[in-house]
Design a protein around this ligand. Structure first.
Ligand code: PHE
Length: 343
C-alpha cells in the first residue's frame, strides 16, 4: 500500500512540473492521464487490491488525485485555447482580418429611393399595402367596371375566384387603402411590387415595381399635376430634360394623360430607345375620377386630386441604360456589382 502512496506522490510531482505550450501537448496530457486507457484509470483500478479496512482512506486519496489531474488539465487547456494549434503553426492575432466584401444596393432600390426622396421633399408621405389584394381595392374602388379588359385573367394573377383574391396589378390599391382610412388633405406615394400575367421577355415581366402618387385637397388642379411631375423629372433626370403630356385613358382618372420626357440617350435626335421619336413615355397620370372620390365618401364638389403612376424599371432603364428587364431579377453579380457606390 505504501508503494501505491509513493506512486501517487511521484505522479503528482510530475504533473505539477508539467507545462504545455501547444494545443497538441495539452491533448497528449489528457490522453496520458485522463484518457480511457490513461494512468488515472489504471491507478483507480488498484482499489481492488486495497484491503477492506483501508478502502475508505484510499478512496479519498484516489478521488483527490483524480481531481488534481482534472484541475491541472483545465488550467492547461485554458492557457492554450486558441493560441496555438500545431507546434509549427503560430497564429498572430494582431494581423488584420480578411476584408468582407460589401454588398451593393439593387439598382431598382437605388432608383426607388431617389424617386421617394424627391416626392418626400414636396411633402408626400410613403404608404404601403399588401401585395395580395381583393377585387375591390385593386379594381372596384378604382372605377374599373366589371367587364373591363384589365380584369381579364390574362393580365391578372388570381389566387382565388370567388371571392376574388389576386396579386395587385398596380399600387393604386394602396391609394384605395389610404383613402379608406384618411380624410383629405391626402398626399402619398405608394412604392411597391406589382404583378401582371405577361410572357417574360426583354421588355415585359410578370412582376415589376411602381411608384404611384395621390394628392387630394381643395383646389388641386391639372396645373398642380403638371408642375409636380415636371419638378420630379428635372430632379431625376436633370434641368435640361423636356416633358410633354399626351391625352390618355385610365378608368380612375379624368382627364388622363401620359407623360413623355425627351430621350436621354440621344438627346431627342432619335434612337432605338425612343423608337426614333425623340420622346419616351415614363408615366400615367390624371385628375382623380369623381367616382373614385365618392367611393370613399370624399365630397367631389369640395375636393379634387391628381394621381400618377410610374414603373421603376423604366426610370432605371433610362438612368442606367439597362436594356433587358430580365437583368433585374437574375441575380447576376456581374450586373449587380456595377452599382457599387451608388446610394
Ligand atoms: N395605375 C396605373 C397603372 O398601373 C398608373 C396610373 C396611376 C395612371 C394613377 C394614372 C393615375 O398603369
Amino acid at each position: 500500500m505504501e508503494q501505491l502512496l509513493q506512486q501517487i506522490e511521484s505522479y503528482k510531482k510530475e504533473i505539477s512540473a508539467f507545462e504545455a505550450s501547444t494545443a497538441d501537448a495539452v491533448e497528449n496530457f489528457r490522453i496520458k492521464w485522463l484518457g480511457t486507457k490513461g494512468l488515472v484509470k489504471t491507478i483507480m483500478g488498484e482499489m481492488k487490491n486495497v484491503p477492506n479496512e483501508r478502502k475508505k482512506e484510499f478512496g479519498q486519496i484516489l478521488n483527490e488525485f483524480k481531481l488534481f489531474v482534472e484541475t491541472k488539465f483545465q488550467s492547461l487547456a485554458e492557457n492554450n485555447s486558441g493560441l496555438q494549434t500545431k507546434d509549427s503553426e503560430l497564429i498572430d492575432w494582431s494581423l488584420p482580418g480578411d476584408p468582407i466584401a460589401l454588398g451593393t444596393r439593387h439598382p431598382l432600390s437605388i432608383v426607388r429611393n431617389q424617386i421617394v426622396s424627391i416626392f418626400k421633399r414636396l411633402g408626400f408621405a410613403v404608404a404601403e399595402g399588401p401585395e395580395i389584394e381583393d377585387d375591390w381595392h385593386n379594381f372596384g374602388a378604382m372605377n374599373l367596371p366589371e367587364d373591363h379588359p384589365a380584369r381579364d385573367m390574362q393580365d391578372t394573377f388570381y389566387i382565388n375566384q370567388d371571392p376574388a383574391w389576386l396579386l395587385r396589378t398596380h399600387t393604386s390599391s394602396v391609394q384605395a387603402r389610404v383613402m379608406e382610412k384618411q380624410k383629405p388633405p391626402i398626399r402619398v406615394i405608394c412604392p411597391g411590387r406589382v404583378y401582371r400575367n405577361e410572357t417574360i421577355s426583354a421588355r415585359a415581366h410578370c412582376f415589376f415595381h411602381q411608384v404611384e402618387g395621390l394628392y387630394i385637397d381643395e383646389n388641386v388642379s391639372f396645373a398642380d399635376l403638371k408642375q409636380t411631375l415636371y419638378f420630379f423629372v428635372q430632379e431625376m433626370f436633370g434641368k435640361d430634360t423636356k416633358v410633354r403630356f399626351r391625352p390618355s385613358y385610365f378608368p380612375f382618372t379624368e382627364p388622363s394623360a401620359e407623360m413623355d420626357i425627351s430621350c436621354l440617350i440621344c438627346g431627342g435626335d432619335g434612337c432605338n430607345v425612343c423608337k426614333h421619336t425623340g420622346w419616351v413615355e415614363i408615366l400615367g397620370s390624371g385628375m382623380v375620377h369623381p367616382k373614385v372620390l365618392e367611393n370613399f365618401g370624399i365630397d367631389s364638389n369640395k375636393y379634387t386630386g391628381f394621381a400618377f403612376g410610374m414603373g421603376v424599371e423604366r426610370i432605371c432603364q433610362l438612368k442606367y441604360r439597362v436594356n433587358d428587364l430580365r437583368l433585374y431579377s437574375q441575380n447576376d453579380v456581374r450586373f449587380l456589382k456595377q452599382f457599387t457606390g451608388a446610394l
